[in-house]
Unconditional design. Structure first.
Ligand code: NI
Length: 167
């Protein structure tokens, strides 16, 4: 296992549409392992392959809280097949250091994905785990949480980033 470098905004790979994975091989399994290790080390609760420079549809996450045991998830070609309700929390992203903002999301989602064992699964997620997975799936569409905040907040973010005064 190894710790991977995380690309940060405005790296072009973060804006790309990630390619679907059509073969799960050792390279994918290794990448998933390394992404989990990188995520835990950061620390973070989710990581998408484009964030480590790989524009493919793979995400890892662990939305466990302090009260629940670790629950690593590895999802390949994840797709939201239904979404309902509204929820928001203050989000951050390992690719957008030193910034966080409240982002409007769905409260409940149903996600279809493939596991590393090539099984097709459907997950129903609510609240924090649902938000984490929406954030990670956004990465596969070249979207960051700063693309979902108000124009005003985004302008302030861009200005601070330029001046180097984010932290
Ligand atoms: Ni992120």
């Amino acid at each position: 296992m190894s710790i991977l470098d995380i690309d940060v905004y405005p790296a072009p790979v973060l804006k790309q549409l990630a390619a679907r994975i059509d073969r799960i091989d050792d390279t994918i399994r290794q990448l998933a392992d390394d992404m989990l290790e990188t995520m835990y080390k950061a620390p973070g609760v989710g990581l998408a392959a484009p964030q480590v420079g790989q524009s493919i549809a793979l995400i890892v996450a662990d939305p466990a809280t302090n009260e629940t045991p670790p629950a690593p998830m590895i999802l390949i070609n994840p797709e939201i097949i239904s979404a309902s309700g509204e929820a928001s929390i203050v989000e951050g992203c390992l690719s957008v250091p030193d910034y966080s903002a409240e982002v409007p999301r769905h409260q409940k989602i149903v996600v279809k994905a493939i596991t590393l064992d090539e099984e097709e699964i459907e997950l129903t997620l609510e609240d924090f785990p649902a938000i984490v997975i929406q954030h990670e799936i956004d990465h596969l569409h070249g979207k960051l949480f700063i693309d979902r905040i108000s124009r005003l907040k985004r302008n302030i973010f861009e200005r601070k980033l330029k001046k180097g005064t984010l932290a």
